[in-house]
Design a protein around this ligand. Structure first.
Ligand code: SF4
Ligand code: SF4
Length: 288
């Protein structure tokens, strides 16, 4: 059996199973347990990238293990120079979430999961700008955002949004109406989700797409490729970015970080988005 589905270790094999957005159903859970018990060491490791690692599988059982995974809609292949397992938060199940991110993770996995590339590309998605999944420190980070507006006629000055804002960006003015400081606001949507009478609403929702982050030492925050991108534009933009990396990477650029550093984010935006500024809407109008 050839890589990347299995890796030889002391004469035995490991299978790193892709678990898109870390979400399993009961039959998948049962199949993983069966493989671990019947063909492996009985142990299952949960990786930091929401994969499952099955250990110590005899060569003679590898095909059968892969077949069992396939039967429940799972597959190996989260290793080597390709798109790795796509990490995502619980999204819509979280009160802070401002976008449908689990659906986005599935779409990206269907389209680009395991795509062969010059190096490993790790993608993480978070439903808000205070993300649990560390998208700022992945090769590609995708973050949901919401641009809040206060309906001053409706606001009754209860102050709940003021308490909820982690950036201290909301205050009450002399008329006891909520006011948003745009310089401080991170467009996280917490004020929107907190207001009991929906006096704050999202005028616009979108995604920030970061590129070239790295989580290991030394850690680097990704640079902003696009801002307030429409949800339907994220998958095509990631496709363009992966293609751009594939076409232009030097042999030593095994991760997006050195690639982005050499090319420069402004040039990348220009060649991928058609503009040096990290805006989404304009790209949509120009390119789709
Ligand atoms: S990343 Fe944000 S939206 Fe997602 S689970 Fe964490 S707090 Fe909730
Ligand atoms: S939570 Fe709503 S009603 Fe209360 S101060 Fe904020 S915007 Fe006004």
């Amino acid at each position: 059996m050839k890589r990347p589905y299995v890796m030889k270790q002391d004469g035995k094999y490991e299978i790193k199973v892709r678990i898109c957005a870390g979400m399993l159903d009961g039959s998948q859970f049962a199949a993983l347990r069966e493989i671990a018990d019947n063909f492996g060491s009985g142990k299952i490791h949960l990786t930091v990238r929401q994969e499952v690692l099955l250990f110590d599988i005899e060569e003679s059982h590898v095909d059968e293990a892969l077949k069992k995974l396939e039967e429940v809609g799972l597959r190996g292949g989260s290793a080597g120079p390709r798109v790795r397992n796509i990490v995502c938060c619980v999204g819509e199940r979280c009160k802070n979430c401002v976008q449908n991110v689990t659906g986005l993770a599935e779409d990206l996995d269907k389209k680009y999961g395991e795509l062969e590339l010059p190096g490993a590309v790790k993608i993480a998605i978070g439903g808000c700008p205070f993300p649990c999944t560390r998208p700022y420190f992945n090769d590609i980070g995708i973050i949901g955002r919401a641009y809040p507006i206060v309906d001053v006629e409706k606001c009754d000055g209860c102050g709940k949004c003021v308490e909820s804002c982690l950036m201290n960006a909301i205050t009450l003015d002399e008329n006891m109406k909520a006011v948003i400081n745009r310089k401080k606001c991170k467009m996280c949507g917490r004020g929107i989700n907190t207001c009991p009478i929906s006096a704050i609403y999202a005028e616009e929702k979108g995604f920030t797409v970061l590129v070239g982050g790295r989580g290991t030492w030394p850690a680097f925050k990704g640079e902003t490729l696009a801002e307030m991108l429409e949800p339907e534009d994220v998958v095509p933009l990631v496709g363009k970015l992966l293609d751009y990396y594939k076409q232009n990477a030097l042999p030593q650029e095994k991760r997006l970080r050195p690639f982005v550093k050499r090319i420069g984010i402004e040039k990348m935006r220009k060649e991928i988005l058609g503009t040096e500024k990290p805006v989404g809407q304009r790209w949509r109008e120009a390119k789709l």
